[in-house]
Design a protein around this ligand. Structure first.
Ligand code: NAD
Length: 508
């Protein structure tokens, strides 16, 4: 079945309106399930980035936006939430046909999480300590001290293709909640929903508050990460490009937050309830064809349970249906591109060469009706050692590596033996054991008897090379403010000022 879509051209979105790119060129957006062209999108340039940043900068100068009262800002955030729900059908459709995520997941999870994020941050904004009084010091004399939290200014967001609209909101929502303005560069595989979001959000915020420049990492991302008027950069993507962003941002010392890759360990303890742990572990790794940063890609299984667990995993995996993500019955869609498909297949080959054994999957698949799409069978490797390439590098595809262990100390050591630290999980019936393991795991989120459970009121982000900073939750608001200390002396006599004698030796 081919997807019947009208091929539309999307310009840039700058200063509240659609704008052509200075290059006058476009690039293609392809449906990864069919290989068909779904849209043409403006190829942005350095000049377009400058135009968008100037618009965002002018919008930030508008004190009506920057200094809006929390209760009015909360109303704006609720209005954005309402816009998302009003336009949900179109957003969901555009996201499915460009990212390959299933309609079932995006319509029942992502879109609701997005709408809820704006509502959650609206509530936090009402309670946010924008101004705090410090107690007056007892000596040498009274003073009044405030701590003010102020917006940073023009923020840049650079986002990946895997969950493009959800991840865009993780940056847009806290940036706007704190009175900043934003320029977003979405990934070139999936720019459509970010453009649509900017259009619908701009109906309830002043022009220039939200802008989108589409195009490549080098032609749009780099000028954004180096623009002198951009004061903060929020990046989600691979650790490799994250390192580059840090270097680019260093030139103008930008406030930088990074959400990067992962190779998350998932530990089964001997007393785990396998009736939940097995489907849970597959949910942890095969959702969205394994293209989620916090996927549980390394499954650690105790020797005693190994054969039983592998048999159960293979059986359950055989029930998963690959197909067109627009169909309700599809469990797993395609990977994002031909290039990504080839990368995943080359990792599978590397695993076999290193001595690991494929017990299910391992090949690309032709899905009837989606012959032009990029599908890979959900794949499980056994006989994996933790130092193999397939256990250390982020594959970003439907590949699970099963690693045996005998002692708890050994598994904790292997779990932490990675450059990443985004997520981790443990399955056990003993809650005390679970907390003990959770404490020892070096990761930004630890799931106990669960996976992928993120909350809009809880922070998300990585330890080690999985990133810097946190998104979602109250903590994300701190990442979009800066602190100002304001001191007022209340001491009327000059000679009683404690600084006087520090410089002046002569007394009056
Ligand atoms: P990527 O790093 O290739 O690209 C991310 C973004 O950076 C894209 O918009 C890309 O165009 C841009 N970019 C590329 N080169 C650039 C440059 N030189 N300067 C500026 N921008 C540049 O990542 P991807 O392939 O789009 O996404 C997959 C990666 O994202 C995986 O590593 C995954 O783990 C990670 N990810 C992390 C999280 C998280 O929250 N930690 C969430 C989702 C995805």
């Amino acid at each position: 079945m081919s997807v019947d879509v009208e091929v539309k051209t999307f310009p840039l979105f700058i200063n509240g309106k659609w704008e052509s790119s200075s290059s006058r060129e476009t690039f293609d957006v392809i449906n990864p399930a069919t290989g068909e062209l779904v849209a043409k999108v403006a190829k942005g340039t350095k000049e377009d980035v400058d135009k968008a940043v100037q618009a965002a900068s002018a919008a930030f100068e508008n004190t009506a936006w920057r200094e809006m009262k929390p209760k009015d800002r909360a109303k704006v955030l609720y209005a954005i939430s309402h816009q998302i729900i009003t336009h949900a059908e179109e957003l969901v459709y555009l996201e499915v046909i460009s990212s390959g995520g299933t309609l079932r997941r995006i319509s029942s999870n992502d879109i609701l999480q997005m709408a809820d994020l704006f509502q959650t941050l609206a509530k936090f904004t009402l309670e946010y300590p924008f101004s705090e009084n410090l107690p007056s010091p007892p000596f040498p004399g009274p003073a009044h001290n405030f701590i003010w939290r102020e917006p940073i200014g023009v923020c840049a967001a650079i986002t990946p293709w895997n969950m493009p609209m959800l991840i865009a909101t993780w940056k847009i929502a806290p940036a706007l909640a704190m009175g900043n303005t934003i320029v977003i560069k979405p990934a070139s595989f999936t720019p459509l929903t970010t453009l649509k979001l900017a259009e619908i959000i701009s109906e309830v915020v002043p022009p220039g508050v939200i802008n989108v420049v589409t195009g490549s990492g080098t032609e749009v991302g780099e000028p954004l990460a180096t623009h002198p008027k951009v004061e903060k950069i929020a990046f989600t993507g691979s650790t490799e490009i994250g390192r580059k962003i840090m270097t680019l941002a260093a030139g103008t010392v930008k406030n930088t937050t990074l959400e990067l890759g992962g190779k998350s360990p998932n530990i089964l303890l001997e007393d785990a309830d396998l009736s939940i742990a097995l489907p849970g572990s597959l949910f942890g790794v095969f959702l969205h064809s394994g293209q989620l940063c916090e996927s549980g890609t390394r499954l650690f299984v105790p020797d005693k349970l190994h054969d039983q667990v592998v048999e159960g995993l293979v059986k359950l995996t055989s029930t998963l249906k690959l197909g067109n993500p627009l169909l309700e019955g599809t469990d797993i869609g395609p990977v994002i591109s031909k290039q990504q498909r080839d990368t995943v297949l080359s990792y599978i080959e590397a695993g076999i060469e290193e001595g690991a054994t494929v017990v299910c999957g391992g090949k690309e698949v032709a899905v009837p009706g989606c012959e032009g799409g990029y599908f890979i069978e959900p794949t499980i490797f056994i006989n994996v050692k933790n130092d193999m390439k397939i256990a250390q590098e982020e594959i970003f595809g439907p590949v699970l590596t099963v690693i045996r262990y005998s002692e708890i100390e050994e598994v904790i050591e292997m779990a932490n033996d990675t450059i990443y630290g985004l997520a981790a999980g443990v399955w056990t019936k003993d809650v005390n054991k679970a907390y003990d393991v959770a404490r020892k795991l070096r990761a930004g989120v630890v799931w106990i008897n669960d996976w992928h459970m993120l909350r809009n009121d809880a922070p998300f982000g990585g330890y080690k090379q999985s990133g810097i900073g946190r998104e979602m939750g109250k903590h994300s608001l701190d990442a979009y403010t800066q602190l100002k200390h304001v001191h007022t002396s209340m001491v009327p006599e000059l000679h009683k000022r404690n600084w006087y004698q520090l410089l002046f030796s002569e007394t009056e």
